[in-house]
Design a protein around this ligand. Structure first.
Ligand code: PBG
Length: 346
């Protein structure tokens, strides 16, 4: 706008003077310019799909607190893995809903080589070898109290738990797990798992550390999914990180890096994007966010109420992880997101 036009319009200001002639909107003026300057993209390669496994055959059991997600028997999980691989999803993360009668004080079922989680891994890797299988090695699906560690006199004992999960990690790797992802937050677990895997000849099995796992209320629907909701006494604050603490979270992740973690994870996701960025900048390791059950269910519930544009909100949350420095996202939206991306909506 020249000064003549400006005068005519009667503005009391001159935007070119204010901005020094820099106008941000020039790069936003058309779809083609916006595509040209786009910094972050979500692709199917960014997606890890968490799935829930139950005993039995041909079971597909909807989870009330997670509309659109179900628990699947191993045979159905194999079909789901095939579908995910066909969509181009690189990896699955598996979580078992173990029979209540097999759960005990120490989670001893995790040390049974042919347990539910290991049977699922073996079946998936046999039928769909090209998809990565990431197994959680925490005790909570196996304990009668729903804690991630062994409970002795009201205390979650660290070192005994680490010993047990390191041995369980070897069994998971024996079953074919490609990456072990310990979510229990015990001290020293990454180093212990690395030593145990290496001693068993599993040098190629990686460790994705749930490096910064916060004592969060967002895990609620997951606990229904794996049947620990009614079991858990107390909370997990003696081992998960206080949601108030970012500096401590970076220190904790640093220990995991020193102990040999190959990849880092931040959990939950959306409320912790600052931690994603901090870890990526501090360590430069492949960094993942876990968009947990409560985050999923909030978006679903709002969509079912007609309050939001479901697809756009979902894709925007996933994109935000990429912008925050993440290399990928564990998300229950993975298959839906993969389809949208394939349709050019990503
Ligand atoms: C526990 C574990 C949790 C999740 C996965 N493994 C949290 C918990 O129950 O304390 C949460 C996943 C989700 O909420 O989607 N080892």
């Amino acid at each position: 706008m020249d000064s003549g036009v400006r005068k005519k319009a009667g503005f009391a200001f001159d935007v070119d003077e204010i901005t020094g002639r820099r106008r941000m909107r020039r790069n936003r003026k058309a779809d083609w310019t916006r595509r040209l300057v786009r910094e972050t993209r979500l692709t199917v390669d960014d997606l890890i799909w968490p799935i829930f496994i139950v005993p039995g055959e041909n079971v597909d059991e909807p989870i009330d607190a997670m509309p659109g997600v179900s628990r699947m028997s191993v045979d159905r999980a194999v079909e789901a893995a095939r579908m995910a691989a066909d969509l181009g999803i690189p990896a699955l993360a598996t979580f078992p809903n173990v029979e209540q009668e097999l759960r005990d004080e120490t989670g001893s079922q995790i040390l049974v080589a042919g347990n539910l989680i290991n049977r699922a891994t073996a079946a998936i890797k046999k039928a769909v070898p090209e998809i990565g299988v990431i197994t959680d090695v925490a005790l909570d699906p196996f304990t009668s109290h729903g804690h991630d560690g062994i409970l002795r006199d009201g205390v979650i004992v660290n070192d005994e738990t680490v010993d047990q999960i390191a041995r369980a990690a070897v069994l998971q790797a024996d079953a074919g797990a490609d990456i072990i992802a310990p979510s229990d937050m015990m001290d020293g677990r990454i180093g212990a798992i690395r030593m145990a895997l290496d001693a068993a000849g599993h040098q190629d099995v990686g460790i994705m550390s749930y490096a910064t796992k916060f004592a969060s209320a967002f895990y609620g629907p997951y606990r229904e999914a794996i049947g620990t909701a009614g079991l858990l006494k107390g909370d997990k604050r003696t081992y998960y990180i206080d949601p108030s603490n970012a500096t401590e979270a970076v220190r904790d992740a640093g220990l995991d890096v020193e102990e040999g973690a190959d990849m880092l994870m931040v959990k939950p996701g959306l409320p912790y994007l600052d931690i994603c960025r901090a870890l990526k900048d501090a360590f430069g390791l492949p960094t993942f966010a876990y968009q947990v059950s409560g985050e999923y269910s909030m978006v679903k519930a709002a969509a079912l109420s007609g309050f939001i544009d479901y697809e756009r909100v979902m894709l925007e949350t996933l994109l935000s992880f990429k912008r925050a420095g993440c290399d990928g996202i564990l998300t229950y939206f993975a298959p839906e997101a993969a389809k949208l991306i394939a349709a050019g909506r990503g």
